[in-house]
Ligand binder design. Structure first.
Ligand code: FE2
Length: 429
């Protein structure tokens, strides 16, 4: 199959009109619109963007592909709490088989690709005794070429909450996971939580792997494990490959303490991933009024220079029943409940969706949309970054390594008014 592709007259995130030439799976040139020669490419490998937005591919840095598409099975999470989600999943995971996990994960991956995502970091529960979910996702990592998949060993129920959990985590690491996970706030005691962090950091150091911990995903301002992770990462000089996912307790920390943690994260180089769909519904559940919002301190973290990525987290599972695996939905939720609705926030949201997420999953210089970067891109049915977010615009073309891997034909809408059938467009000039 050809790994050549040409997109003509597309608008970049910086507002430039360009032609993008991909040869042998790599961006060979980004020229001023009109300067490329369409005759040098096969017609089926060419797309005329007519001024529409083009970006590097989207990235999903935080998802749970073992639990995806299980919402309501065996029951719904009626309280909406993280704790009930874990309980429902504890029931469901008794029935896991490799085929079941692979089928649901593959379907969700197809949803992700159709939304422009070509890299995925998935957590895999290691507290299920057969480790069948880990096995299934590791197999998919080798079998699927439409995404680059990373698997995180994730001890959902805690490492020290049952005698076998630590061995299961170590076994998953030996099986060849890409990333070491953890969940210190779900251990029984503060001391075990700290041990959960140091165990993960030790494993990551010994095996030379990155770290990505669910950490302080609670409204409890007394949940203070992010400081432990950042401190360990700083001492061992592994901040660049360490991620703190969620850190929602930071929302509720006293300002003086939050300032200390933000500074420590910045100094250590540890990145943060916020997961708006899940945390918008999971947090604040124990509050009367006023009810707290459930996101970390995105503005303060970014201001301090911390890389803040954005993940969808759950798709149709016990923690978040909704969604179609679209990162623009995650950004859309975030811009509302994190008050990122200003004009300047548009650039921040796109930076989180692209460059920050690329940093989190450890993509190097090959990421981007310039000469010698990977030949992967997304064209949106929108003419600006703002409009792409506003409409959560269809991804008209998704290209990975010079090959078209997804396309969407936009829906047409009509309204009948006064006997006339009128076309409706959501575009704005
Ligand atoms: Fe998660």
């Amino acid at each position: 199959m050809s790994q050549d592709y040409l997109v003509t007259d597309a608008t970049t995130l910086d507002g430039e009109r360009v032609d993008v030439e991909i040869r042998d799976g790599t961006v060979e040139a980004v020229r001023e619109a009109g300067d490329a020669d369409p005759d040098a490419f096969e017609e089926c490998d060419t797309f005329g963007a007519d001024g529409r937005l083009v970006t590097p591919p989207l990235i999903e840095p935080h998802i749970h592909l073992d639990a995806t598409l299980t919402a309501g099975d065996p029951q719904w999470n009626e309280s909406g709490t993280l704790a009930e989600g874990i309980d429902v999943w504890a029931d469901r995971k008794q029935a896991l088989t490799k085929e079941d996990v692979k089928a649901r994960a593959t379907e969700t991956i197809e949803w992700l690709v159709s939304h422009g995502i070509t890299r995925v970091r998935t957590h895999a529960d290691t507290t299920e005794a057969s480790l069948v979910g880990v096995e299934a996702l590791l197999e998919l990592r080798e079998e699927l070429d439409v995404v680059d998949l990373q698997v995180v060993a994730f001890p959902q129920d805690g490492v020290f909450t049952a005698p076998e959990h630590e061995d299961l985590l170590r076994e998953a690491v030996e099986m060849g996971v890409d990333v070491i996970g953890g969940i210190p706030h779900n251990e029984h005691t503060r001391e075990d939580g700290v041990k959960g962090v140091t165990t993960a950091v030790d494993l990551a150091e010994r095996h030379g792997r990155p770290l990505d911990l669910h950490i302080d995903e609670t409204d409890d301002p007394g949940s203070r494990f992010t400081e432990v992770l950042a401190s360990e990462a700083l001492k061992r000089d592994i901040g660049e490959r360490t991620t703190a996912s969620h850190t929602t307790a930071m929302h509720s920390y006293p300002n003086a303490y939050a300032g200390k943690v933000v500074s420590l994260l910045a100094e250590s180089g540890v990145s943060v991933v916020t997961n708006p769909p899940d945390n918008s519904v999971l947090q604040g559940r124990y509050d009367d009024y006023p009810r707290r919002r459930g996101h970390t301190r995105i503005d303060q973290l970014r201001e301090a220079g911390v890389t803040v990525g954005i993940g969808h987290d759950s798709v149709v599972d016990p923690w978040y029943h909704y969604g179609v695996g679209d990162q623009l939905d995650a950004a859309f939720v975030l811009l509302h409940y994190a008050h990122m609705s200003g004009r300047d926030d548009v650039g921040a949201l796109w930076e989180m969706l692209t460059e920050a997420n690329a940093d989190v999953v450890g993509v190097g210089d090959e990421y981007g949309l310039e000469e010698d970067t990977e030949g992967s891109l997304v064209v949106y049915d929108a003419r600006s970054p703002f409009d792409a977010l506003r409409k959560r615009a269809p991804r008209l073309r998704v290209v990975k390594g010079g090959q078209e891997v997804a396309r969407t034909d936009p829906a047409t809408h009509t309204v009948t008014r006064g006997g006339d059938v009128r076309d409706v467009s959501y575009d704005r000039p």
